[in-house]
Ligand binder design. Structure first.
Ligand code: ARG
Length: 557
């Protein structure tokens, strides 16, 4: 619609100002009664040396199109009232036939690497990892909708000095049987025990350092233990991924880069970027940033070294257009540091983006997985599914496959609750609030969609691409929302912000639900088919939104 109006103005103005400027000036009138789109004439006043109101009045006379019902000059503004039917008939078939798979600029398979989830082996899957998982998955989906190929990487925290500690702890206090049953719980227990004992006995720390050294050098016994920890942890993580419907193209974690670290050190040496500092090797980053640690005194590599090695590997392997790192805001300094090293090494640092996010709060406090008060994510998710089930039982006790739907709704509620806000905000985790079918929730969007399906079934609706003959005025707001979908995808991608999609789905749901209140849908005439076609189109887009967010869309609720 904007393009159409821009073109009209552009032609009528004899190209006095350029196309994109006109497009950027178009706005939504303050009140719906004023029109659908407004064009302010202040800027033209300077160019044409005329009063804005006079320009508006004269220009309004010249603008005609079959898709425009009326053009009104109101003071310095030109207000456009669009002709709903032809616009609906331009939008609906595009959605129905292509299933709305259109963002206007398709990127033809260029690769985007998304590093997300990335929990630490032998440690509980934290709320921060949940946020990373959910946000990363949505960003990868949105990138794919833009025509990119997303490479989904779980950069597991499966390497580092803590594994030396774990190996020592295991040898001293490990219970193989218990670990097999509850791997993360048990491994965490002996890890905590290690820290307590090490405070009394410094020799333990030395042993741990040696154990990690042995691991780095490929000692078979150490490797076998490490592998056991890793696999046992993955079994637990995969249960969570299964529930969330998340998948990855690669589980290459930090350990994968153990034999790829030499190149990092070599390149840094060749470019004379390494300096010694208290026995360690660092890259000096000037006044602004603390130095980036590359190698410890004992030669062991660090988190940043492994991120650099991973960056090289990803550049070589995937030749990506961009690399996204979906990691909590508390690691901002880490990413700044090693991105800067990338830049100093002469690589294109602008390809690399840290995508930070806020914390998950419960009653205003951080939901922590630290010792003492572990919040187990699997427990939280089952509580949510149970709460969803209770709500469904109240609303629709005869629903079939209730457990399956409760899972879709419960998990959808958690994901939506995370994605509906600007990702930088801290978010509150309240099960009760996120599973209600009203308000700004995932279940509300799912329910709106399911209701449309019930209606379509009841009317035995058959989708056609024949043009609509009629369009109730009450449906015009819905058409206008639908029209904004491709631009919303583009904005969500450009800002790496899934909340744009979530907010859009809420807006569409509200608009559709308002329509129900104003207009009877089933009237058994041609108008009924036209109405159902619009609702059907809305359901395609609602499902598309849920899909992008990584949420399922039950057909009945
Ligand atoms: N395992 C890390 C943590 O839990 C997150 C890793 C993020 N990805 C990365 N490439 N550094 O803190």
């Amino acid at each position: 619609m904007k393009i159409m109006i821009t073109q009209l103005l552009y032609d009528a103005l004899n190209q006095a100002i350029d196309f994109t400027t006109i497009e950027s000036l178009l706005e939504k009138p303050k009140h719906e009664e004023l029109g659908d789109i407004a064009f302010p004439c202040f800027m033209l006043a300077k160019i044409l040396r005329q009063a804005p109101a006079q320009i508006a009045a004269e220009l309004a006379e010249k603008l005609h199109d079959e898709r425009i019902r009326q053009v009104v000059a109101t003071g310095p503004y030109i207000n456009f009232f669009l002709e709903p039917l032809p616009i609906a008939n331009a939008i609906i078939p595009a959605i129905v036939t292509q299933q709305a798979m259109y963002a206007t600029q398709q990127q033809n398979g260029k690769k985007i690497v998304v590093d997300y989830s990335s929990p630490n082996i032998a440690k509980p899957f934290s709320m921060g990892h949940l946020r990373s998982t959910v946000i990363g998955q949505a960003i990868a989906n949105i990138a794919e909708k833009m025509g990119y190929e997303a490479v989904r990487i779980n950069h597991l925290g499966d390497w580092g000095t803590q594994f030396g500690k774990l190996i020592v702890a295991y040898k001293l206090w490990g219970d193989a049987e218990a670990i097999r049953k509850h791997p993360i719980q048990e491994l965490l227990k002996i890890y905590v025990q290690f820290h307590e004992e090490a405070e009394k006995d410094a020799a333990l720390d030395d042993q741990a350092r040696q154990a990690f050294k042995a691991l780095e050098e490929g000692d078979a016994a150490a490797l076998a233990l490490w592998k056991e920890f890793r696999e046992a942890s993955l079994v637990e993580f995969n249960e969570i991924y299964e529930l969330l419907g998340v998948h990855f193209d690669s589980y290459n974690g930090e350990a994968f880069y153990n034999d790829k670290m030499a190149r990092v050190v070599h390149e840094l040496e060749t470019k004379k970027l390494l300096t010694a500092s208290e026995g360690a090797q660092v890259v000096d980053l000037g006044e602004e940033l603390p130095p980036c640690l590359i190698k410890k005194k004992d030669g062991a590599t660090l988190y940043a070294t492994r991120d650099l090695a991973a960056a090289f590997y990803r550049l070589d392997t995937y030749q990506p257009e961009k690399l996204f790192y979906v990691v909590g805001g508390e690691q901002t300094l880490h990413f700044k540091q090693w991105f800067y090293v990338i830049d100093k090494l002469g690589y294109d640092a602008s390809k690399f983006t840290h995508i930070p996010f806020g914390m998950m709060l419960k009653d205003g406090k951080k939901m922590s997985t630290r010792k003492g008060k572990i919040v187990l994510l699997s427990d939280v998710l089952s509580d949510t599914m149970e709460a969803a089930k209770q709500t469904i039982l109240e609303k629709n006790p005869n629903l079939s496959a209730i457990d399956e739907v409760a899972k879709q709704v419960g998990i959808g509620a958690v994901i939506f609750n995370d994605l509906k806000n600007d990702r930088q905000n801290d978010i509150e985790f309240s099960i009760e609030q996120m599973v209600t079918f009203e308000g700004e929730t995932g279940p509300y969007v799912q329910y709106t969609n399911a209701r449309i399906h019930t209606l379509l079934e009841k009317a035995q609706f058959d989708a056609t691409t024949a043009p609509l003959q009629s369009l109730d005025d009450a449906l015009w707001p819905t058409i206008k929302v639908l029209e904004a979908f491709p631009a919303t995808i583009e904005r969500a991608y450009a800002q790496a912000d899934p909340s744009q999609i979530a907010k859009f789905s809420l807006q569409l749901s509200r608009t559709v639900n308002k329509f129900y209140g104003q207009q009877k849908v089933l009237t058994n005439d041609n108008a009924q088919h036209d109405r159902l076609t619009v609702l059907y189109t809305a359901s395609i887009i609602l499902e598309e939104c849920l899909n992008l967010l990584g949420i399922e869309a039950p057909q009945h609720m």
